[in-house]
Design a protein around this ligand. Structure first.
Ligand code: HEC
Ligand code: HEC
Length: 304
């Protein structure tokens, strides 16, 4: 449903979110007006994409997997390599990226300024014509509204009855937080990320050659590190990792169980990761069930 500026919304924040949403779904932000932010950040998949590499303007493929843009309110930097220090700073990248929307930001701004709907809407929401600060702020406000917390794990933590947390999910949670798997060493806090950068072994300088964070900060310790992704709604955001190299959560778990089985020659792998966990099949099931307990009800069929 699209907001029209003629419609009254009760709070300033709701107006900003509604305006940001209009922009997020608007093809005018791409060079040939063929795609919008939601083309790669698809609402039904927690605003992520279902393919390893998304198609931008002209069918060009990007170099990394499109992550969910939900639950990023608390992030202090975004992108797999953390190259944007705020959600506002982030917005310009996809618009200008040759493999994504391929439009100089100044031109995008001009297009917005020339549209009657936006002229009216920006005056109504911000009291002035669209400018770069209000455009990126509105989009960021929309993204900040995409928080989810209606999950079995949240309800269970709040001691709610009928949380939907099964015995299997609880066993998986115990494994996830154990010294044996060490998942919780990096995936902690309310969104299951430490907001730091780690190399989990998906870099070997050959067929896995995305150097990650080091390209941004030049620090050798960050060779092959990527931002720890939050895990809310992870069951609906396949494929996984910065390069989409795993199609299912089971593949991810099999990987962590023994990384060297998947890649024997990885470079700079974080020593927090156990060489081998030795999970049984039923323990893998438990861990997978726990990851499913982080899915918001809105993505569970029949609960929409
Ligand atoms: C062609 C596909 C594509 C389009 C269009 C696109 N994105 Fe993305 N988005 C990506 C990819 C791929 C990444 C990861 C890139 C990286 O980290 O280097 C990403 C990352 C992000 C992130 C960082 C999330 C995080 O947790 O680090 C945000 C926020 C985001 N996009 C918002 C937007 C907005 C806003 C728009 C529209 C102005 C947009 N994207 C358009 C593919 C796309
Ligand atoms: C050393 C820190 C660390 C530990 C320990 C760790 N992770 Fe991760 N996790 C990461 C990082 C960093 C990534 C992204 C890596 C990449 O793309 O190269 C990631 C990615 C993931 C993803 C993919 C998410 C997505 O959106 O693509 C899942 C699922 C995941 N981890 C689950 C787990 C589980 C389960 C465990 C325990 C068995 C675990 N992690 C242990 C840091 C860690």
């Amino acid at each position: 449903m699209q907001w029209s500026p003629a419609e009254e919304l009760p709070t300033q924040e709701e107006k900003e979110v509604a305006l940001g949403k209009l922009l997020f779904f608007d093809n005018i932000l791409s060079a040939d007006r063929s795609i919008n932010c939601a083309s790669c950040h698809i609402p039904a998949f927690a605003f992520s994409d279902t393919v390893a590499f998304s198609k931008g303007v002209g069918g060009r493929l990007g170099l990394r997997n499109a992550p969910s843009v939900m639950n990023i309110l608390s992030r202090d930097s975004v992108f797999w390599d953390g190259r944007a220090a705020s959600l506002e700073a982030q917005v310009v990248f996809p618009i200008e990226d040759h493999n994504e929307m391929d439009l100089p930001f100044a031109e995008a701004l001009q297009r917005i300024q020339q549209e009657q709907t936006y002229q009216v809407a920006f005056h109504k929401v911000f009291g002035h014509a669209p400018d770069s600060a209000s455009v990126v702020y509105a989009i960021a406000q929309f993204e900040r509204s995409l928080e989810t917390e209606n999950t079995p794990n949240d309800r269970w933590l709040n001691d709610e009855e009928n949380s939907g947390m099964t015995a299997q999910m609880i066993r998986g949670r115990d494994l996830f937080t154990s010294d044996r798997t060490r998942c919780f060493d990096c995936h902690f806090t309310a969104d299951f990320t430490d907001d730091l950068y780690h190399n989990i072994g998906l870099f070997n300088g050959q067929q896995f050659n995305d150097s990650g964070r080091v390209l941004i900060n030049g620090l050798a310790k960050d060779l092959g590190t990527f931002k720890t992704p939050g895990l809310r709604n992870v069951a609906v955001t396949a494929p996984y990792m910065h390069d989409g190299s795993f199609k299912t959560l089971r593949e991810v778990i099999d990987y962590y169980d023994e990384p060297a089985k998947f890649m024997f020659n990885s470079i700079n792998r974080d020593t927090i990761l156990p060489e081998k966990i030795g999970l049984t099949d039923s323990e893998k099931d438990d861990l997978e069930a726990f990851l499913h307990s982080l899915t918001d009800d809105q993505f569970v069929l029949g609960k929409r």
